[in-house]
Design a protein around this ligand. Structure first.
Ligand code: ATP
Ligand code: MG
Length: 794
């Protein structure tokens, strides 16, 4: 045992080792990016287990994303084996779900309570504002939702808010009613998960004591991004607030973070939690880590130079012995398309010259919308890529409908979801019947679901309406019986799609979009089947919980990362290029990183320019972005970028001026916009010509190529944006239902509007019934009815 514990100290430097060994008082590890904070956390858990000081079931490790949690669990499992399974390694939200599921009775929730995501909660707020006769234009749900969310982050409940001196009447009444409605529906929103768990622990000392006995080691990664509610939660769980003589001994608390990487202040995170840790936990031990193991000196120097301009920060020494490494490559593009082309060209070149695989590369940008131009070019040149955190699968309409059914089945009082599907697909239940039913529920102080059970008593609903509602009730009862009888989530989902007629309606439609909706639903069914296989004991509520908690960063399947590639198509071992926002990149590392869009107004973001606090946060975001790179770093900007629907000239990001010039090899400094405007060729005399069609493909003075499309191409326009694409000749115009069916052969490479690049592995049927089986790498293999599927042969 001792030998095994000692082995865990190998490969750690002295302060890291000290951090792993420390025990007996709270431990704070503060250090810059890439200094091994997360690694220390993992080793510390393994060491605590190996020495027998802590049992696996006594570990609670909190990470920022579910993906990070999975990685940490895996790393600990590598170190200690299958015992790792009993640990709780999860996000704050997942941990709170688990606690609330167990203690649901104490907080007055059903065990199968629903978890509303942002869209659900906005829907409910809209319902509430209507009920309160408020003007939804004047009080948009989105704004109210974010203010309510901010109050919950501060643990201010509706009563406390109403009592506070400066409460806004509208917000106070919406908040109070919204919470009532959630309670009635036995639902919680994301912020409630934390707030209600804190309330539970504070109101029920017995429950608090149970968890304090249970968790003997609590560890929190990325502590700089915790908000007040999470801070209090940790305090409640460790028992550090409990000063009674006979209190449960306090748990070991370990937090790691970097104040320079705090990038979630807009969501209520407060660096205060890290800055004042020593004051809050007087016997705390602080350990600093100064050696960076991730990046080259050049990358580190650039990141340090940028962050050093933030006011009021503690200067840090961060060094590496990795050597200077390659210079940072800088590039000033004429516009976002040319910037994207540069990125693609470099990835390609690095592959040829340096053996860099697509999976080694990440491209970051400030806002999701920026991915579009990059995607266009990557598709064009045939580089496989993956957008992390874009339009999310679970936000698609058909997926939300299907999940709403499942939620309404699991929780009959879940009115938001019940009402979402009441007339979907259309079954003749009119707005009036729905309103009458809701009014009846209101009067009886019961949920709409419960009112449905007594629809015959509800006044004002015509006999046709009653019949329809009864039909819906029978449908739901049947589905609930199926679920209660032990059917797994996949079977229940299948029954929903069949019995409601949802699938049949989509299948009967001529709209190609409906065909892809069918594919998406098939995908959801596959997710449910996978879940059943992974968790044979899991029920519908467990599945829904999983669905609710998929965070943005979870969308990087392991196989997308080159190292994780084990099986699959020919490309899989190469991985795919990862596109993601800077926020999503937190905690990750890649051999090659492109940080794009260094323009004042893009990055730093327009809305931060006038606010020093927000500007400081943008600068921390820059620090996070730069420090993700291990070997090679690219920084680029576009002189003209189309934002808010119009092309705008943007000045260079103020952050660029802080990167020491000797670290950067500027491949192209000046935009050739001025020259272009003077010449007038292609651009028709300036940015205003974007509105016109046409344009062409031409070479600029550097020998690089510019996609001179007349307008920013949407994906469907990619083929028509003129000229010859750089490397791969592309097929016909964008596919529509009426478009000719592409003639394909096994082995052909194709692109699909949603799945990206793929390879045909089999063909069935012919003419209008031709079906191709296409391997889409990370999206798996799809059967596509070619008549409807947006596939283009490459
Ligand atoms: P971030 O602030 O970005 O979250 P971090 O401080 O959590 O970074 P890690 O991700 O733990 O840093 O480590 C960065 C990289 O350095 C990882 O690849 C890790 O394996 C490696 N590393 C950390 N410590 C050592 C060490 N002592 N020897 C070798 N490699 C190390
Ligand atoms: Mg980390």
């Amino acid at each position: 045992r001792a030998a095994r514990a000692d082995a865990l100290l190998e490969g750690l430097n002295p302060p890291q080792r000290e951090a792993v060994l420390h025990h007996g008082s709270p431990l704070l590890i503060v250090a810059g990016a890439g200094s091994g904070k997360t690694r220390v956390l993992t080793h510390r858990i393994a060491h605590q287990l190996a020495t027998g000081r802590v049992r696996p079931s006594e570990v609670l490790a909190i990470t920022f994303t579910n993906k990070a949690a999975a990685e940490m669990r895996e790393r600990v499992a590598d170190l200690v084996g299958s015992a790792a399974r009993a640990m709780w390694v999860s996000t704050f939200h997942s941990a709170c779900v688990r606690i609330l599921r167990r203690e649901h009775a104490a907080v007055g929730l059903r065990s199968s309570f629903s978890i509303y995501d942002a869209a659900d909660s906005q829907r409910l707020i809209t319902l509430v504002t209507r009920e309160l006769d408020l003007d939804t234009k004047k009080f948009p749900a989105k704004g109210l939702a974010s203010r309510i969310s901010a109050l919950k982050d501060e643990l201010v409940d509706p009563e406390a808010y109403a009592r506070s001196g400066d409460a806004d009447d509208v917000l106070a009444s919406v908040y109070a009613r919204y919470q009532d409605r959630l309670r009635q529906a036995s639902a919680v929103d994301f912020d409630d998960l934390i707030m209600r768990t804190v309330q539970l622990l504070q109101a029920h000392p017995g429950v608090a004591e149970h968890y304090r006995r249970r968790f003997r080691s609590i560890l929190v990664d990325e502590y700089q991004d915790t908000n007040h509610a999470q801070y209090v939660l940790v305090r409640e769980l460790t028992g550090h607030g409990d000063v009674r003589e006979d209190a449960v001994p306090r748990a070991e608390l370990t937090v790691v973070g970097d104040a320079d990487q705090s990038i979630y202040a807009f969501r209520g995170a407060t660096i205060r939690n890290i800055l004042e840790f020593e004051a809050d936990y007087p016997d705390a031990r602080t350990i600093l880590l100064e050696q960076n193991y991730r990046s080259t000196q050049t990358i580190l120097s650039a990141a340090n130079a940028v962050i050093s301009h933030n006011p009021g920060r503690k200067p840090k020494r961060l060094w590496t012995d990795a050597g200077a490494g390659a210079k940072i490559v800088g590039y000033v593009a004429d516009n976002e398309h040319e910037e994207a082309r540069f990125v693609a060209q470099e990835i390609d070149r690095l592959g040829d010259d340096d053996g860099v695989r697509p999976g080694d590369v990440a491209v970051f940008y400030r806002t999701n919308a920026q991915s579009r131009a990059l995607e266009e070019v990557l598709i064009r040149v045939g580089l496989p890529y993956k957008v992390v955190g874009g339009t999310r699968f679970y936000e698609r309409r058909e997926i939300k409908d299907a999940v709403a059914y499942l939620r309404a089945i699991a929780n009959p009082d879940d009115d938001v979801n019940l009402r979402r599907v009441l007339n979907v697909p259309k079954r003749g239940i009119g707005d009036r019947s729905e309103a009458m039913l809701a009014a009846f529920a209101e009067r009886e102080r019961i949920s709409v679901g419960a009112a449905l059970e007594r629809v015959e008593e509800a006044p004002g609903i015509g006999s046709r309406g009653v019949t329809q509602l009864q039909g819906f009730r029978e449908l739901m009862t049947g589905l609930r019986e199926l679920a209660a009888g032990g059917a797994g989530p996949a079977e229940v989902l299948g029954a929903v799609l069949d019995r409601t007629g949802y699938l049949a309606e989509l299948r009967a439609s001529d709209d190609p979009q409906d065909a892809s909706r069918v594919e998406n639903l098939a995908e959801l069914h596959a997710v449910a089947t996978e879940f059943e296989q992974a968790e044979p004991d899991g029920d519908l509520a467990d599945f829904l919980e999983r669905v609710s908690l998929v965070a943005d960063a979870d969308q990087i399947p392991a196989e997308d990362v080159a190292d994780g590639a084990a099986e699959g198509g020919p490309r899989e071992d190469q991985g795919v290029v990862t596109l993601m926002t800077l926020h999503t990149a937190k905690g990750l590392e890649f051999p090659v990183v492109f940080v794009t869009g260094w323009e004042d107004g893009t990055f730093p973001h327009m809305r931060s320019l006038a606010d020093p606090d927000q500007l400081a946060e943008e600068r921390r975001l820059a620090y996070v972005g730069l420090t993700r790179a291990r070997r090679r770093l690219y920084i680029s900007r576009a002189a003209v970028r189309t934002a808010w629907g119009a092309p705008n000239e943007f000045p260079a990001s103020r952050f660029l001026a802080d990167v020491p010039d000797e670290l950067v090899d500027w491949r192209r400094r000046e935009s050739s916009m001025a020259a272009l405007r003077a010449g007038g060729s292609g651009w028709g005399g300036g940015a205003s010509a974007w509105g016109r069609g046409g344009g062409g493909y031409r070479r600029d003075d550097d020998g690089g190529s510019v996609i001179g499309s007349g307008r920013p191409p949407r994906r469907a326009d990619a083929d028509r944006s003129g000229g010859t694409p750089p490397r791969t000749a592309r097929g016909s115009s964008s596919p529509k239902a009426s478009a000719p069916i592409p003639t394909l052969a096994v082995g052909d490479r194709v692109t699909h509007d949603s799945y990206g690049m793929g390879r045909v592995v089999a063909l069935e049927g012919s003419g209008p019934n031709a079906v191709a089986k296409v391997e889409f790498g990370t999206h798996g293999t799809k059967r596509l009815l070619l008549r409807y599927s947006p596939v283009t042969k490459l």
